[in-house]
Design a binder for this molecule. Structure first.
Ligand code: F6R
Length: 608
């Protein structure tokens, strides 16, 4: 999704902006651009494709100046062309970058055309540039112009604005899209994400909804939605700077898969003691809220939704209260019934997903309380929820989520414990689950040792166009996640089904060209699953099985079996996810796709 970087400094800013864009590449984009002001002119360069194309262009035509904004665009209005790339300008003195969607841009555009403004792009963003220029033409100062214009905008936006007549300052505004101010010494910055600025600062100020800020070398002034001057806290970045680098790995995704033993431990750190959960980890007032919970509503998108689906099995089994799970893009737009005592749980890696955030805002006042399971401190979901449990996975750069998912599962299991102790979960059972959780980093490490075998297995997939993923019980969402990973990064069509549904339709697809992947832990459903696998074998389908117990599923012709370590049943959804991540990764590498930035996808989906 679009990424913004801006800088005002005593030193030239072009390189800082370029490095910032590189660090935002993970968000997904299709063009990039930069505008730099040197007091006399504002120069702009834009390129379609990768940030490297912009870097090459800059090497030929350097932009020099101490004030600048830059952008990676993920096309929403208009194709990914150079004309549509940001920054957008009105005249040659004003440049803006924008993340989000201006929903009323057509009406505004029509009015601007009548006033004589000429549009050179198909974007909604250019409307904002001309609206600002219209205000400046009428004699407004830039800050007043921004305030007037944002009041006219409907939709979501984070904006960075520079004006040549004010070479020492930039204006930032945010409503609905993330924007953070990077606090330097004698220089300041803005960006969509802290990661973009870690090369220049580790201190950040998060702007609130509706905030407008004026940023110069030696000051940051912020005004809230009502126009009142406000102070926003400056916080230090919590993760080590190196956690955002690729290190020895070829791809961020692989690095993030391999980080799982460490981050799964971090997801539990300080939250377990003497075999029990410390529920203060959920924030002040958590215990009083948990006391009143009668049912749970989980909302999320994509991978995070799959984590929520696993939690439904845990909550209904171990807590014994109803738990509904729904994708945010549906939930937010339908009339929903919210029984008394509903705990609303949002699950999100980024904490900025537009649909999840909108769902929270929609029902916030109608539920007992809201809890977010999130990976990004200071994100909108964290700030707007009553309670939060940080997943502590560290920055996830690969667009395809891996460590964020497994740490979300830990967060959701801890939530299950908190709720369970008020309902069906005995103290002995809680202690048993805590003991199991403590084995999780080591078990995950053992699964990573299977990597070479999984890489070998992946060779059978590289030529295939379709695949089927089967699972039963809580392993059904696990195979949903496995199928999503495969399609995201290898572009192989992958469908997931509860194995029991096979004979109700998808069996018709099975033949020798349709590999069927399944996870088969030793649980009460194994015999039923094995019967489903026989149905596949009987139709010539090739099976790839991650099995839990060597005696029960044996390899045979047309059926490759890899045996997993013995895993406590409660941890199976977490541990069995890892081989599916590795399988997708190796298939994608064999196919030569852009593993970390798969086509058409964005890391943080901050538009609808
Ligand atoms: C898939 C993936 C996406 C995200 C989804 C929600 O690998 O990463 O499906 O899970 O866009 O994002 P968050 O978790 O940031 O709300």
């Amino acid at each position: 999704m679009c990424g913004i970087v801006g800088a005002v400094a005593a030193r030239p800013v072009a390189e800082i902006l370029l490095e910032g864009l590189r660090r935002l590449e993970y968000r997904g984009y299709d063009s990039a651009g930069m505008a730099v002001s040197n007091g006399n002119t504002t120069e702009r360069l834009r390129r379609t494709g990768k940030v490297q194309a912009l870097a090459d262009a800059l090497a030929e035509n350097p932009l020099s100046g101490h004030l600048g904004i830059a952008h990676t665009r993920w096309a929403t209005h208009g194709k990914p062309t150079e004309n549509n790339a940001h920054p957008h300008m009105s005249g040659d003195r004003l440049a803006i970058v924008h993340n989000g969607i201006i929903e009323n841009f057509e009406v505004l555009k029509a009015a601007l055309i009548k006033q004589g403004f000429r549009f050179t792009s198909d974007t909604d963003t250019e409307v904002v540039a001309h609206l600002l220029q219209a205000e400046l033409n009428g004699g407004s100062a830039i800050l007043d112009a921004v305030n007037t214009v944002v009041a006219k905008l409907e939709g979501a936006f984070a904006l960075g604005v520079i004006q040549m007549d004010n070479p020492g300052q930039m204006i930032a505004a945010r409503k609905g899209s993330p924007l953070v101010v990077g606090v330097g010494i004698g220089e300041n910055f803005i960006a969509s994400d802290q990661l973009a600025l870690l090369q220049v600062t580790d201190r950040f100020m998060f702007l609130d909804e509706g905030d407008v800020a004026r940023i110069s070398c030696d000051g940051i002034e912020v005004w809230d939605q009502a126009g009142a001057s406000v102070e926003r806290d400056v916080v230090r970045y919590e993760h080590s700077v190196s956690s955002a680098d690729k290190g020895e790995y070829k791809h961020y995704m692989m690095k993030e898969i391999y980080e799982q033993p460490k981050v799964l431990a971090a997801a539990m750190e300080g939250r377990l003691s003497n075999g029990r959960l410390l529920e203060q980890a959920f924030g002040a007032g958590a215990s009083e809220i948990f006391d009143q919970v009668k049912q749970v509503q989980i909302i999320a998108c994509g991978t995070s939704y799959h984590a929520g689906m696993v939690a439904k099995y845990w909550i209904e089994d171990l807590v014994g209260i109803p738990c509904n799970v729904e994708v945010a893009s549906e939930y937010r737009y339908r009339p929903v019934v919210l029984p008394e005592g509903t705990l609303f749980i949002s699950v999100s890696q980024s904490g900025e997903t537009a649909d999840t955030l909108a769902a929270l805002r929609e029902i916030k006042d109608r539920v007992l309380a809201s809890l977010t399971i999130c990976n990004v401190p200071g994100s909108s979901l964290v700030r707007e929820s009553d309670l939060c449990l940080m997943t502590n996975a560290g920055p996830e750069i690969g667009v395809a989520s891996t460590k964020a998912f497994t740490t979300q599962l830990v967060g959701l299991l801890l939530t299950t414990l908190a709720l369970g102790r008020r309902h069906n979960l005995s103290e002995e059972k809680e202690t048993e689950i805590v003991a199991a959780l403590q084995q999780l980093p080591e078990l995950t490490r053992q699964v990573l040792e299977m990597d070479k075998d999984i890489e070998l297995m992946s060779q059978s997939f590289a030529e295939k166009h379709h695949s089927l993923f089967l699972g039963r019980g809580p392993m059904y969402p696990v195979v949903m996640e496995g199928a999503l990973k495969l399609k995201e990064i290898s572009y192989i069509h992958a469908e997931s089904y509860p194995a029991g549904e096979l004979k109700h339709g998808p069996l018709a697809l099975v033949d020798k060209d349709m590999p069927v992947v399944t996870v088969a832990p030793r649980n009460g459903m194994l015999d039923k699953l094995k019967a489903n696998l026989q149905e596949v074998r009987a139709r010539g389908g090739e099976l790839f099985v991650f099995a839990g117990c060597s005696e029960q599923v044996k390899p045979e012709e047309g059926m490759a079996v890899l045996h997993m370590p013995e895993v406590p049943a409660i941890l199976e959804p977490i541990v069995f996810t890892v081989p599916l991540q590795l399988l997708s990764y190796h298939v994608a590498v064999l196919k030569g796709t852009d593993v970390d930035q798969p086509r058409n996808l964005a890391k943080s989906v901050t538009v609808e």
